[in-house]
Design a protein around this ligand. Structure first.
Ligand code: FE
Ligand code: CA
Length: 512
């Protein structure tokens, strides 16, 4: 090593060693402690969850964090307050759970720690279980950072919503290509520290923070919170203990960054991590919301690609008998039973918040049994699981079941039937699959071809980014498919594209 370079390195090392003490004293008061914003979620009639995560590299191992919940924005009418301990072991995340709250009310909340106060967030409780209610909500999914800006969130944050349902792909695990619109830091995610850093980068976005601060969210995950197209036991590249370790890191980071209950904190065992995600929520006497987990318990993909432990592909039905195997499940048999036994037969609406498109979407003509071509990661890869679910809906005469999904980066509106190829098979339920917030989608040419081959799918747009806004009352569900004009522009306008409605008692979306 030449002497000059050695000197430079030594000087660098010396200043690194000397810096922390100085930095701690000089900057502690200036380091933003709430740089990731605030969030709330899982609203019930008497309680909800408030979230934040402290920031700064100089945080002590544990920090007391005060929270307060108020009836008013000026925080003069405080309803509840408390202290939580933010611990380094859980990334200094805070999950506060005010309870014994009044039903059907809006609240404001904020945190303080280390001499700083967070921005205020707005949230609400669900209406009382027996109260008449209406619900305005949005579904969103797939916000790949390096594929586009978050104009959809910016717009949504200004809308009069009660609730946001986020249906998966909050982060993506990939590194950014050199020519990305805006790059993520870090490599392909493999460690807890890397997952945490990725969440922190996504959550640094102002528009996303605004959407969290404006309404409570119900959050479920899909594949990219861990790794693309994984099943309960393997990913595309990892299996066995290495995959379970990846899943453990990913589950922990997810919990640390989401407005979900402390009881959902993951537990770890040699067999793998577990985090009970699937759950039910009620919106007065209007709706039961079933939130599903189609990743944690799913059987490995049928007929995985050659030379890979797992993962999906598009395959002709005739080449993959496993697709029809009734022993395979997308939800796992325990969750399937929980769902089949939990349909609400009193409330007028059952909303199924889940990850992906449920409607059959063949890419080749279906001319009889064992024909057609299917993507093995979605419900088409687990068709008997779908048949069991829809069979229970038919058998129990579940009123007004509406499936909400994401994952496929396209707006789809569809009828759900037991037999998609029999025009006489009755429509059992309605489906709205929302396009991505920012992740790139399939070409419209491909989507148009799929629409021709699958007549139960009424509408499909792969070339649009956005979300779906809904208004629900006892008589009808109104859906407005929202579209971002310029996904590469953070300030792009967002407009209503098309509208559909489902009338209570008449399954199937109608163009409105
Ligand atoms: Fe996605
Ligand atoms: Ca996905």
């Amino acid at each position: 090593m030449n002497p000059q370079r050695r000197q430079l390195l030594q000087a660098g090392a010396a200043s690194l060693l000397a810096a922390p003490l100085f930095v701690r004293h000089a900057r502690a008061a200036d380091v933003p402690r709430f740089a990731l914003g605030v969030a709330s979620g899982q609203p019930r009639a008497d309680r909800l969850v408030l979230w934040t995560r402290l920031t700064g590299i100089d945080l002590p191992p544990s920090v007391p964090v005060q929270w307060e919940l108020s009836h008013d924005e000026a925080f003069t009418d405080i309803v509840a307050r408390g202290t939580e301990t933010a611990e380094a072991a859980w990334a200094h995340s805070v999950h506060a759970e005010p309870s014994a709250l009044g039903p059907g009310r809006w609240y404001w909340y904020r945190f303080s720690a280390l001499g700083q106060r967070s921005p205020a967030g707005r949230t609400r409780t669900a209406p009382a279980d027996d109260a008449a209610a209406t619900l305005q909500f949005a579904i969103a999914s797939c916000q790949r950072w390096d594929h586009g800006h978050y104009a959809a969130w910016r717009h949504m944050a200004t809308q009069p919503l009660d609730l946001v349902m986020f249906l998966g792909d909050y982060i993506y695990e990939y590194p950014s290509p050199p020519d990305a619109l805006r790059r993520v830091d870090g490599p392909l995610l493999r460690t807890l520290a890397q997952y945490r850093e990725r969440y922190a980068q996504y959550k640094s976005d102002e528009a996303l923070q605004a959407a969290h601060a404006a309404f409570p969210w119900l959050v479920i995950w899909d594949d990219h919170e861990v790794e693309n197209d994984h099943s309960r036991e393997r990913g595309q590249t990892l299996s066995g203990a290495a995959f379970q370790a990846l899943r453990a890191a990913a589950y922990q980071a997810w919990w640390e960054h989401m407005p979900v209950a402390k009881a959902m904190r993951p537990t770890f065992s040699p067999a793998g991590p577990s985090l009970r995600l699937y759950d039910r929520f009620h919106w007065g006497r209007l709706a039961r919301i079933h939130a599903l987990d189609d990743r944690q318990y799913r059987d490995p993909h049928a007929c995985p690609p050659l030379l890979r432990p797992g993962g999906s592909q598009v395959i002709m039905a005739v080449d993959c008998a496993e697709l029809q195997d009734p022993q395979r499940s997308l939800l796992g048999f325990e969750q399937e039973r929980w769902l089949a036994e939990g349909w609400d037969l009193q409330r007028p609406w059952n909303l199924l918040a889940q990850q992906t498109l449920m409607a059959r979407l063949s890419r080749q003509a279906v001319t009889g049994p064992n024909t057609g071509e299917f993507w093995t990661d979605g419900w088409d890869g687990y068709a008997p699981s779908r048949t069991r679910l829809l069979g229970a809906v038919a058998e129990r005469r579940v009123p007004n079941m509406v499936v909400l999904g994401g994952d496929v980066h396209a707006h789809y509106v569809a009828d759900l039937k037991l037999d998609f190829d029999d025009p006489k098979s009755p429509v059992l339920a309605s489906e709205f699959c929302g396009t991505s917030i920012s992740s790139h989608g399939p070409s419209q040419k491909q989507v148009n071809q799929r629409l021709r081959l699958n007549p139960h799918v009424h509408h499909g747009r792969g070339d649009q980014r956005g979300y779906i806004g809904f208004t629900l009352d006892e008589r009808a569900l109104q859906a407005t498919l929202m579209v971002v004009d310029r996904p590469n522009d953070a300030t792009s306008p967002v407009r209503a594209d098309v509208r559909f409605a489902v009338e209570a008692g008449r399954p199937g979306p109608q163009r409105a």
